[in-house]
Design a protein around this ligand. Structure first.
Ligand code: NAD
Ligand code: FE2
Length: 383
């Protein structure tokens, strides 16, 4: 057997209403004081108040940092790091943006490293403060990944990738996603599906059987649940399947990493402030059609698992039908269809293609080699 490594969050707890136990978990994992990292949108939901009540009951002193911005810029990480100094631990409560900021604040406040020291794979040295992640979107899987994504300068996305920033505890409470707006449910849900698809087909030398098993189960759950979660937001079975699916997809890609869909999505998010999941959705079917030339069997395996209607198809036909079905699903979930619908001009495409080439960390995992001309052609198809 080919050797592989699989790392994940050591303690995962999931259940409806589990947020009530955050205080006890924080006391056990962190200690007497914590920094709670979240964003202004979360403050308006009432979820933060419920978290604070639980922490208060457990006797944990809390400082709230609520200045996270979507696709967090470096300055937000630095502010959160200052706020975390002197605390016993950090809680990230929110979507991927809040959890990613919490991870880096826990690291930098404790280790004294600079952000610049930590960019890249395996650069962080630690130690870090104890860290709890409470996801409120069913999307990034950040609660189980060794990754934090930062927007540097005006638009570029950089990653800190290190097992050191895998949280100690992931607390998953599907009720927290009950009032997630439809467009956030749709975009973050497609992001999670992309994690599973790209992980399964990843050319990474660490593509492994544990990740593949998790990706398959993630797609089985989310293929059936995403449209229901968007259209019947209080269908808690669908919400639970999405949250579990995004967790499993996160575990999968944390160890068998994502590829060209993410590499081509990042410049869209960076330059045009398009949410991460929507950026992925816009390029997904076009990257899959490009990759299907070399990876038809892999996509064919996933087609019938994700969409039972496609179960009888094989080879190229199945791979193509898979890309089409994902595109239809995005549209039925209300996501924009083309890059032109999110304010991107055709003359912007060469710049996007150039920037995508900087994502070498991701492009090396693509099942089919992809150069700048290929990226440009994919963006043209997605326009
Ligand atoms: N760490 C990783 O492994 C990883 C993986 C993929 C993406 N990312 C990064 O994660 C970020 C995207 O995260 P995201 O897609 O979860 O979105 P997000 O964290 O940016 O949140 C999107 C919006 O949804 C709101 N929101 C979140 N939960 C809510 C709820 N329950 N009810 C109502 N509103 C709610 C937030 O206030 C925010 O306005 C990007 O920066 C992306 O690069 C990280
Ligand atoms: Fe993603």
């Amino acid at each position: 057997m080919t050797p592989f490594t699989f790392n994940t969050t050591p303690s995962i707890r999931m259940g409806d209403g589990l947020l009530e136990q955050l205080g006890d978990m924080a006391r056990a994992t962190c200690g007497a004081s914590v920094l709670l990292v979240t964003d202004p949108g979360m403050m308006a939901t009432g979820i933060v108040d419920r978290a604070l009540a639980s922490l208060k009951t457990a006797g944990v002193t809390v400082t709230v940092f609520a200045d996270v911005k979507a696709d967090p810029p470096e300055v937000v990480i630095l502010q959160a790091t200052e706020a975390a100094k002197g605390m016993n631990g950090v809680i990230g409560l929110g979507g991927g943006s809040s959890i990613d900021v919490a991870k880096l604040a826990a690291l930098l406040a404790c280790s004294g490293e600079t952000l610049a020291d930590c960019y890249g794979v395996g650069m962080a040295k630690g130690p870090r403060l104890p860290l709890i992640a409470v996801p409120t979107t069913s999307g990034t899987g950040s609660e189980v990944t060794p990754i934090s994504i930062v927007t540097t300068g005006a638009s570029e996305k950089m990653g800190v990738v290190s097992p050191l920033i895998i949280p100690d505890v992931a607390l998953l409470d599907p009720e927290l996603t009950r009032d997630l707006p439809a467009h956030v449910t749709a975009a973050t849900g497609i992001d999670a599906m992309v994690h599973a698809i790209e992980s399964y087909a990843s050319a990474s030398p660490n593509n492994n059987p544990v990740s593949r098993a998790l990706a398959v189960e993630a797609l089985r759950l989310m293929g059936g649940a995403l449209e229901r979660a968007v259209k019947e937001p209080h269908d808690m079975a669908a919400r639970g399947d999405m949250l579990l699916g995004s967790l499993l997809a996160g575990q999968a890609f944390a160890n068998s990493p994502v590829a060209a869909v993410h590499a081509l999505a990042y410049p869209i998010g960076g330059h045009f402030k398009v949410p991460h999941g929507l950026s992925n959705a816009l390029v997904l079917p076009h990257v899959l059609r490009f990759n299907a030339v070399t990876a038809p069997t892999l996509y064919a395996e996933l087609a019938g698992i994700t969409f039972p209607d496609l179960a009888g198809l094989e080879g190229q036909a199945a791979a193509t039908a898979f890309a089409d079905a994902l595109q239809d699903l995005s549209t039925r979930c209300g996501l924009q269809k083309g890059l032109r619908d999110v304010g991107i001009g055709q003359d912007d495409l060469p710049m996007l293609a150039r920037d995508a080439m900087n994502q070498t960390r991701l492009l090396v995992n693509n099942p089919r080699p992809l150069d700048e001309a290929d990226a440009q052609a994919i963006y043209e198809a997605a326009w």
